[in-house]
Design a protein around this ligand. Structure first.
Ligand code: FMN
Length: 167
């Protein structure tokens, strides 16, 4: 049994997709929860804000949920051919909330799956997330779940991703 954290960047169709991933994981006997980065509404990361203890403490809950999970599924819409700001912002907070070595330990080898519900196919945000999460040391699996206005998420892809991530 694995503990999954489904990290959704937005609260609309991507949140719904995160819930589908949770259902698929729990149906297979895994633990799974969702963190909704839009709902979390972290302050914008700036160096000045990162030195303000009140603002910096907002990211602590996210960091501990990410630390406790065995695998992450990151679910985000494509914004202007790339990653939406909530996700980028959360990663900036996370990476500065601990020393570089601890951040490396947290991310290195973490199994990560990628998914999107975007206006178009979402291929660009999947590529951007693959680059980002590989850079921080995560073990990003090859298969990704792409969906959009004209394409439903494929349940077989979701099941296969859960099986691969729970290795
Ligand atoms: C600022 C902004 C930029 C967007 N850029 C793109 C884009 O480059 N490619 C795309 O396919 N859809 C784009 N979209 C559409 C979103 O990806 C799409 O509406 C998505 O389903 C929204 O997810 P949500 O319902 O979870 O908020 C953009 C939407 C916004 C608000």
């Amino acid at each position: 049994m694995a503990r999954f954290l489904m990290i959704t960047a937005t609260s609309g169709a991507n949140r719904e997709l995160a819930d589908v991933f949770v259902s698929a994981a729990t149906a297979k006997g895994h633990d799974a929860e969702v963190v909704d980065l839009a709902e979390l509404d972290l302050p914008m990361f700036t160096i000045a804000n990162s030195k303000d203890p009140e603002k910096a403490s907002d990211a602590a809950g996210l960091v501990s949920a990410m630390t406790e999970a065995d695998a992450w599924v990151v679910i985000a819409p494509e914004y202007n051919g790339s990653i939406p700001p909530t996700l980028n912002n959360a990663l900036a907070w996370m990476s500065t909330s601990m020393d570089w070595k601890s951040f490396q330990t947290l991310c290195t080898g973490k199994p990560v799956g990628l998914a999107t519900h975007s206006g178009g196919g979402g291929a660009h945000v999947i590529m951007a997330m693959r680059q980002q999460f590989s850079y921080i040391g995560a073990d990003v699996i090859g298969r990704a779940c792409m969906s959009g206005r004209d394409k439903e998420a494929n349940p077989e892809t979701i099941d296969a991703m859960i099986d691969n991530l729970a290795r």
